[in-house]
Ligand binder design. Structure first.
Ligand code: 5GP
Length: 181
């Protein structure tokens, strides 16, 4: 039987259990450890949604690295507002350094595309994207996503750091919005 939770006025059912998430996070971390061998990257984790993913991912990274948390616009409710703000909290000098962006989910890809453009103006030596989740069916821009833990359908999800209207971030599993009505 599906595990159902209530977040504010909506019901969500488990779609990705914790052990599956952990296995995929470990797989991607191992890929990064291998492909960045001999380098010292800066991980830029995008708040708020990526805080759980970043914490799990970084504990599997064995490279000498730095971590910084940056902030962008976030969703209001269950549909995108289309508004994107500037990057805030970038307090490390990233010039000449390899950057790995740590994101919770790439949906239309507009947030990532904008972030890439802004980061490039700081002249890092390279930029890669590492996302927990990707909705390939929603992607609107041409993005090179080098590291991706899981691809999911177009449904709205919560848990493991992702929210619905501020709530639902504090679960170990990932949940999908149940059909309304
Ligand atoms: P994009 O710019 O790729 O359309 O949107 C990316 C951002 O939208 C993510 O960082 C995340 O904050 C939010 N987002 C997209 N899809 C979902 C979803 O299914 N659930 C939640 N909670 N946030 C989402």
């Amino acid at each position: 039987m599906d595990k159902i939770i209530q977040v504010k006025d909506k019901r969500f059912a488990v779609s990705i259990p914790s052990d599956r998430i952990q296995a995929e996070v470990k797989r991607v971390a191992e890929q990064i450890n291998k492909e960045y061998e001999g380098q010292s990257p800066i991980f830029l984790a995008v708040l708020n949604g990526s805080f759980v993913f970043a914490a799990d991912l970084l504990r599997e990274i064995t490279l000498p690295c730095e971590v910084s948390f940056v902030r962008l616009a976030s969703y209001q409710g269950v549909s995108t507002t289309g508004t994107i703000r500037e990057i805030m909290g970038l307090n490390l000098d990233i010039t000449g350094r390899p950057i790995i962006i740590v994101e919770d989910i790439v949906d239309t890809g507009l947030t990532m595309a904008h972030m890439l453009e802004t980061l490039k103006t700081h002249n890092p030596s390279s930029i890669d994207i590492c996302t927990l989740l990707l909705k390939p069916g929603k992607l609107q821009v041409d993005l090179d996503i080098r590291y991706c833990c899981l691809q999911i359908p177009n449904d709205f999800i919560v848990g493991y750091g992702l929210d619905y209207d501020g709530f639902g971030r504090n679960t170990k599993d990932i949940y999908t919005l149940c059909d309304e009505g």
